[in-house]
Design a protein. Sequence first.
Length: 503
Amino acid sequence: MKLFSAAQIKEGDQYTIQSYGMRSWDLMERAASTVVHWLQTNIPTDSLYIVLCGTGNNGGDGLAITRLLHDKGYAVKAFLLQWHDTLREDCNTNYHLLKNLGNDLVTLIPKDTFIADIAPHIIIIDALLGTGLNRPTEGWVAQFIEHINALPNKKIAIDIPSGLVADSLPHANDTILHAAVTLSFQFYKQSFLHPESAPYVGQLQLLDIGIHPRFIHDTPTRHYITDIATIRSCFRKRNPFGHKGSFGHALLVGGSQGMIGAITLAAKACLRSGVGKVTVKVPSVGYTILQSQVAEAMCQTNGDNFITSIENNIAAEAVGIGPGMGTAAATVAALEQFIENENRPFVLDADAINILSMKKELLHKLPPFSILTPHPKEFDRLFGKSNDSLQRLEIARTQAMLYNLVLVLKGHHTVIVTPEGICHYNTTGNAGMATAGSGDVLTGILTGLLAQGYEPVIAALLGVYLHGLAGDIAAATHSQEALIASDIIECMGKAYQFIQTGK
């Protein structure tokens, strides 16, 4: 699924209007109808509504929603804030249509005026400001939003919460409506996918309003949403005549005194990814643990309490390095030598990334399309600090292109950044996965997919989605609070089943 800027979304509206020979008012009516249908389906039928409308197109949506709710027998009233002397054409049309149904259905709110005595059980629909906003709110409008935020009522935002900008992230002192639900038309807005905007967006629902498919297909973008359709196009069914040699051999390297659990989790996850064979290289201190915990894996030892060399002396199709490895001087030297002699893309996580932060000159020597999986702090150590998560993503784009890498920037919506600078936001996963070992599980999955012959970008897309989906299944069983990394591994089978069957 493509992710478009606010300007592109506006172009999509115009393209749809012209291609279908319709009026802009017709598209507004279609959008309002989808909102009303959602409200009828998801909100109790005896609910009462007030709709807060601005003078632009978002306000026009709100006035149309008011009219359609009234037509269906709901108790609803619109309040139109007059911060401009004139209304946009479609907003004006909907204002007069509503006014003709009854003067009591819409009230004009003069400047510097507020609404008092809104009963707490009334649902407030926010249609004040839309995606055309490109700067923080101020003055009376900001004060009005603050007044509404102070009310205990449930608030539903239309397309975007008022005050939130689609293409940039809010600052701490910005005034933005706090919505319990945001009903967004057709597309995600990029700001929705970043943690700074989460307090304002609430539960997000996308409503299809029929933007012309040719516009969606033909319009270029650097940003995508990884949805189930994308993943099913990436997934390859197993050859029924295959044997374990058909599905690749993965080598995992890591572990140190007190940190053998990390590489153990990675090994278990790698096996669950579908790979044919797994060899794990650990220091001697981890041999008994690994052999007893992961019976299906082969084990090699190197060093006593930490890794001292990483010679790839087995015929492995893919290598994953880093979980629990530590940063002892001998380990740092071992990774440096391995990078000097390796020409195939491999997966680097955890302490492997920390070592790169200590020796940034190694970035130039990594094989093209190698996969790095930093969390935000690891990323900042490696590439420098950012002011916010969107700036961090832009830095990731430049670094992925500069070093020809696949960056997996971990977070609630993990972003896979390709060497071409394309960003893919993942849509699976939950807060319960913010737990020790979750990243090690991801490393194992990615290494296993690489070993099976998936290209690095496809392995990253599929692996991150699977990891998050297994986490969602695990949370549904154990709760987010009780979820641990091993639960993610145990739910990998169900995640694969869902990708293949939808069940």
